[in-house]
Design a protein around this ligand. Structure first.
Ligand code: T46
Length: 138
């Protein structure tokens, strides 16, 4: 599969606010097309550390660099694609069966994640070979 048709789904958020500063809104089932049931954020990832390295079976998520930046490596079972999160107005949809890794966190990165469901460890596929088998059934 060529990188140009890798299915990357962006959500474009509007920068609101005024002379006092910026304000970005994300509304459940409006800006994101699922009901947000959980919000979590990664505020202080140590330099050089990479996180993620899993896919979800059912969970839908939107990732936003609320400050700073990081690189997200996506793998759909066929090929990999890198995207940069570097703006609080850019939301990256990470849908089920999309392997994702987070790399190159800047010191000031706060990665905000909006999720369609509560935390459930049984929804994770943390083994890449298992992910490849499930994504490419014979
Ligand atoms: C994801 C990426 C973007 C909880 O207890 N509740 C939670 O809601 C979450 C997200 C995690 N945890 C626990 C599970 C682990 O013991 O926190 C610990 C660290 O989680 P994990 O190693 O999965 O963290 P990351 O940064 O590798 O991945 C996280 C999310 O877990 C994951 O769903 O898509 O961020």
């Amino acid at each position: 599969m060529s990188q140009s048709i890798f299915p990357v789904h962006w959500i474009h958020l509007t920068l609101r606010g005024d002379e006092r500063g910026d304000l970005v809104v994300v509304e459940s089932e409006r800006d994101v097309d699922f009901a947000i049931r959980r919000v979590y954020f990664l505020p202080r990832t140590a330099l050089g550390v990479a996180r993620g390295f899993h896919a979800h079976k059912h969970l839908r998520q939107v990732l936003i660099a609320a400050s700073g930046s990081c690189r997200i490596l996506l793998h759909n079972g066929k090929c990999a694609y890198d995207v940069i999160l570097d703006s609080p107005t850019k939301g990256l949809e990470v849908n089920p069966m999309m392997w994702h890794e987070m790399h190159d966190f800047t010191e000031d990165c706060v990665l905000l994640v909006l999720a369609s469901d509560l935390y459930d460890e049984s929804d994770y596929i943390r083994d890449f070979n298992e992910f490849l088998s499930l994504a490419n059934p014979r």
